[in-house]
Design a binder for this molecule. Sequence first.
Ligand SMILES: Cc1cc2nc3c(=O)[nH]c(=O)nc-3n(C[C@H](O)[C@H](O)[C@H](O)COP(=O)(O)OP(=O)(O)OC[C@H]3O[C@@H](n4cnc5c(N)ncnc54)[C@H](O)[C@@H]3O)c2cc1C
Length: 60
Amino acid sequence: MTLTDSGEIPVDRSHQTTGVPGLYAIGDVVSGLNQISVAAGQAAVAALHAHSQLPFVSRR
Ligand SMILES: Cc1cc2nc3c(=O)[nH]c(=O)nc-3n(C[C@H](O)[C@H](O)[C@H](O)COP(=O)(O)OP(=O)(O)OC[C@H]3O[C@@H](n4cnc5c(N)ncnc54)[C@H](O)[C@@H]3O)c2cc1C
């Protein structure tokens, strides 16, 4: 993976994906405001996207 000029992990902001399948990046390792609330919000976005990628398995 190639980091940005400022040494951060480049991500697609819509889902925090890195381009490496299954690998997300959030928080201080990506560019943006280095604040706890930002990291938590990005984590929620990444988690929801990861969940949406899981295969449906019937409980029956
Ligand atoms: C002095 C200071 C004051 C701050 N005050 C505030 C504030 O008042 N409000 C606010 O919103 N934000 C504040 N921040 C910023 C906030 O702490 C960060 O934005 C936030 O913690 C980022 O979360 P993160 O999960 O990305 O990284 P981190 O919280 O840094 O978590 C990264 C974790 O990864 C671990 N780690 C690192 N390398 C490895 C490795 N190789 N293997 C395994 N684990 C590893 C680290 O030990 C750490 O536990 C402050 C930051 C500092 C330094």
